[in-house]
Design a protein around this ligand. Structure first.
Ligand code: SF4
Length: 110
């Protein structure tokens, strides 16, 4: 494991990734860094807050499934541009295509 991994904020879940993927140089030039580091860092940075909430629920002996309802309520409270877009409006992603032909299928209906 490289020094960059030892100082990484998500090291406690990533642990440097699989040893077979440690064949590139770390940002400081140290050899043996994980080839998939950027993806691991992005994924774990996104997932760790939710993982911590799951752990808190488990500690209080509450079903983990209740977290999905909480996350859905939080997501619904966020003002997102696609919520107000009509099917035939320009897609909020900026592609220039109709919303129905672009990102509509990726967003959960309300
Ligand atoms: S995310 Fe990258 S720097 Fe952090 S522990 Fe994993 S491989 Fe190492």
């Amino acid at each position: 494991m490289t020094q960059a991994c030892r100082e990484c904020p998500v090291q406690f879940v990533c642990r440097g990734g699989c040893p077979k993927d440690r064949f590139v140089e770390a940002p400081d030039g140290e050899p043996g860094h994980n080839y998939l580091c950027a993806g691991y860092r992005r994924f774990f940075t996104h997932a760790v807050p939710t993982m911590e909430r799951m752990a808190q629920l488990g500690c209080r002996f509450r079903p983990i499934a209740t977290l999905m309802g909480e996350l859905r309520e939080e997501e619904d409270s966020i003002e997102a541009p696609w919520r107000s877009a009509g099917r035939n409006d320009a897609c909020p992603c900026g592609s220039g295509r109709k919303y129905t032909r672009c990102c509509l299928g990726f967003h959960r209906p309300r």
